[in-house]
Design a protein around this ligand. Structure first.
Ligand code: ZN
Length: 182
């Protein structure tokens, strides 16, 4: 069986100091750890999936419109990968084991073909990195649990603007969905 790395929402809007919905410093502090993680997966030719929040401008139908300021709008710089992740992605994006998937809900599995792609490739273990620990990483991990994947969460590769939420989610991963939290 195989494993896959899922990189969740590491965009300028979620990470950069002037991002529209930023985690700020906690998000920026995990950049090098995520870069190293991606490099290891790439060197081993293990699967890497970039999952990226996708919004239309002024979308009255999207449930997040009522909850958050506009962010990750299609075709904006805010939706590009933050800092060194962007050139790293450009250098590996053509590889057969690297995928980019737009998502429109918190979970990487909601309305995407991620589950099909994982099953076709006999992936039974997903390692989830990115932001926010207690929102999109959480919802992705819960869906992975419901779909019977083994789950790994490296705690130095996830972050949130909400430290209490971050810590609660790490406990939840370990105690309630049986994830390996490293
Ligand atoms: Zn969003």
């Amino acid at each position: 069986m195989n494993k896959a790395l899922i990189v969740v929402d590491y965009s300028n809007d979620f990470i950069a100091t002037n991002g529209k919905l930023t985690c700020g410093e906690p998000g920026q502090q995990i950049e090098q750890n995520i870069i190293n993680k991606i490099e290891t997966y790439n060197n081993n030719q293990d699967f890497i999936f970039y999952l990226m929040d996708y919004h239309l401008e002024n979308d009255p139908y999207h449930p997040e419109t009522k909850l958050f300021p506009p962010h990750n709008i299609v075709n904006t710089e805010g939706r590009q990968l933050y800092n060194q992740l962007q050139p790293q992605y450009e250098s590996i994006q053509d590889a057969e084991h690297v995928f980019w998937i737009d998502k429109t809900r918190y979970s990487s599995f909601a309305g995407t073909h991620l589950d099909s792609l994982l099953r076709e490739r006999n992936v039974d273990t997903v390692e989830i990195v990115g932001v926010c620990t207690d929102i999109c990483v959480l919802h992705t991990a819960v869906d992975a649990y419901n779909l019977n994947y083994n789950i790994i969460i490296p705690s130095n590769c996830v972050a949130s603007f909400n430290q209490a939420g971050h810590e609660w989610a790490l406990t939840h991963f370990e105690n309630s969905i049986g994830a390996v939290v490293e």
